[in-house]
Design a protein around this ligand. Sequence first.
Ligand code: GTP
Ligand code: MG
Length: 195
Amino acid sequence: MTSAARADGVPRDELPRIALAGRSNVGKSSLINALCRAKIARTSAAPGKTRLVNFYRVTVEGGPGGPGRWSAYLVDLPGYGYARGGPEAAAELASVAEAYFADDEQQPPTALLLVDSRHPELRADAAAAAWLKRLGVETRLVATKIDKLSRTERARNLGTLEQSLGMSALPVSAASGEGMDELWRTIARLARTVE
Ligand code: GTP
Ligand code: MG
């Protein structure tokens, strides 16, 4: 619907906004496409594709999120911390996302924090989780690219991730579609905490 480089470009209407945060290349834009079953967000094998804060207004009728018609913004944030460590990565996310999350009196901020299921222990992700927590952002953890793991790796990595970030993780794959219904339920619940 719109792209914002600064805080004054952020739509501040009454619709719930759910941000997708995560390292560059983690699969944020791909997940938006998989959720919507449409190529609306640009993706790339090279990290750093999404540079603006992009707003996708979705309207859902029935489906896994529950009965009735509801709308929300899925907000594709620029990725942080590619090939870089914790504090710098957090600062980088902060610089682009701070304005987005800042002093919104209309609704409590919500986010999906995406972590690559192959790398469950990166400092950058722990720093981002801490940063979101400090800002009071209602956050749900999503483990991406789960199709790339064997059954053994999957169990081990999800355990490690949940331990290191202290939240339960929802495994998803934009490639296979795994976890999309559960993710829609999570998004619907977050959207309804806002309404
Ligand atoms: P930035 O915009 O740079 O922050 O990246 P992003 O988080 O939006 O990542 P993007 O969706 O562009 O995906 C990065 C790469 O990972 C692309 O090559 C995707 O095809 C690939 N990818 C994304 N999701 C999945 C997945 O679930 N499974 C597999 N196998 N590959 C994926
Ligand atoms: Mg992107």
